[in-house]
Write a protein that binds this ligand. Structure first.
Ligand code: S3P
Length: 205
């Protein structure tokens, strides 16, 4: 399969963590859009929002999408708001990308994001309510723009495995510990046998 692997979904759904692991498993380059924008701008996302406003950040996102869609194939972790702009969805699709929506239930997102200090949209007193409102607004668009919807409420390793399966690639197993041989192996075997031996019967006093 060719083209970018584009991970979409709400803040806290795991796009970056999953994307990094997936890229390693598939031998592809990984790009986290927020980090990419921060490096280019020399500012944190929070600072871009504070100094230039959200509209400017959205313009930087669109510029980034265009560059990534036209560049070499990689795994892209989008920002939670990136695919709300139809032109960004179109650009990824036009570049041959496949969009995977990482779908995580509201309660899990609220839990994962409860201590967040980085995301400008969540630095509000009624964070749980804001997450609920934004998710309700955005979920239809995540679903509509996705080529594949992935149940992503599970642990990272499970989600990565699901994505690998969708790409028909097996997630490499952890390397087995080195085999022991010779006297060391024999010593351990004897120890195990000793442990298994039933205790001698107790005499009644
Ligand atoms: C945003 C999500 C953030 C980041 C910015 C805005 C959003 O990315 O792009 O704070 O509008 O949902 P993550 O989804 O990686 O947190």
């Amino acid at each position: 399969m060719r083209g970018n692997i584009v991970l979409s979904g709400f803040m806290g759904c795991g796009k970056s963590t999953i994307g990094r692991r997936l890229a390693a498993a598939l031998g592809m380059k990984f790009v986290d859009m927020d980090r990419y924008i921060e490096e280019k701008a020399g500012l944190k996302v929070r600072e871009i929002f504070e100094q230039y406003g959200e509209a400017h950040f959205r313009a930087l996102e669109t510029e980034t999408v265009r560059a990534l869609a036209a560049g070499e194939d990689c795994v892209v972790a989008t920002g939670g708001g990136t695919l709300m702009r139809p032109e960004n969805v179109e650009a990824f699709h036009a570049g041959g990308g496949t969009i995977y929506f990482l779908d995580v239930p509201l309660a899990a997102l609220q839990e994962r994001l409860k201590n967040d200090k980085r995301r400008p949209l969540l630095q509000v007193p009624d964070r749980r309510a804001v997450i609920e409102r934004l998710l309700n607004e955005r979920r239809p668009q995540y679903l509509a723009s996705a080529d594949v919807v992935v149940d992503a409420g599970a642990p990272t390793v499970v989600v990565v495995r699901r994505l690998c399966a969708l790409r028909s690639v097996e997630l490499p197993k952890r390397t087995a510990p080195p085999q022991q041989s010779g006297p060391e192996k024999e010593k351990r075997r004897r120890k195990r046998r000793r442990r298994k031996r039933p205790a001698p019967p107790q005499e009644n006093s």
